[in-house]
Design a protein around this ligand. Sequence first.
Ligand code: GDP
Ligand code: MN
Length: 384
Amino acid sequence: MDLFEYQGKQYFARFDIPVSPGGVAYTVDEAVAVAEAAVYPVVVKAQVQVGGRGKAGGIKLAANADEVRLHAGNILGMDIKGHLVKRIWVEHASDIAEEYYASFTLDRAAKKHLLMLSAEGGVEIETVAVEHPDAIVTLHIDPVDGLSLATARQAAADAKLNPAALDGAADILVKLYDCFTRGDCDLAEINPLILRPDGGVHALDAKVSLDNSAAFRHPEWDEYRATEELDERERLARTHDLQYIGLDGTVGIIANGAGLAMSTLDVVNQVGGSAANFLDIGGGANADMMAAALEVINFDQNVKSILINIFGGITRGEEVAKGIVEALGRVNLRAPIVIRLDGTNAEEGRAILASAGIPESRLTSKPTMLEAARAAVAIANGAN
Ligand code: GDP
Ligand code: MN
């Protein structure tokens, strides 16, 4: 679950990570009240879960109440890359000497935590990674050992942070690592982490993604759940217990089992296509879940073909087929289906599909995953 900046900063504060004093506001009047308390000048920041808010006009400095009114009025209700601004964060504006980047994530392949640190902060880290990869210091941390202050300070020195920032940055890195581990984050990122002219270091932005698997030990996350903004596809998927992740390709994918779904993504890529999503309908999927899965995929305007890859174990072929027939009767699918149906009761499933009278232009069946992927990709690429 991704947090808004203001929630990330509140989360940081629990772990003693210094942030600017401020508050969240839903109206212009609230924004002024928060600004008065935070002391002018302040910065008014759109709360949307997308980067580059500054360039889009979503971050403005304000020296007094009139300027807060002006900017808060403009920013509330603004559309930033398809995200509607419903709330703003107003905080005391900081003087900036330098902007850095710091984050912790999990490196699954290395089975370790990963610190990324750069003296080139403020811009998107992807851009730094492409243009100046040497400017990013990476450090693997063994979860058993943790991160010591000395190691954090050395990493900051290696990243060539200003000598004046080393102590402050090391202190924040250790706290951010604590937030990442004890706080059960998938990602804890500060960009920019700033050095002020007075020598202080603090977090000017917060990007926190919480590990949903740890939600059971964090009742306090409920308040974040309440403001969570899912797109229509994700919301529908969640109500049907489907494991869905939206991507930006053109082949909609439905498979049973996470491993098979991932393999399907790989095969689609391998034959020159791109996946529009990851969707696992689970081990014991029935007709209802298949129909719901097709509805979720149908929301996605980018989908040009739908690849259904089922290897039935507990999932039975005739249930899958019934779900497809049901979905075709219920929703007007915009894209044609290519299916590979194998395993338990596959014969029965294929017979149901064959007798349903679905035209070949809407549904074709292929005997292997590779052939099915080729057919789906051919349709998707031809449709562009
Ligand atoms: P993002 O671009 O959406 O990630 O938003 P950030 O919160 O990272 O802010 C973008 C940029 O706005 C920062 O890199 C700063 O250059 C600038 N900025 C944000 N807050 C302040 C502030 O308090 N004072 C000053 N001078 N600049 C700020
Ligand atoms: Mn930022």
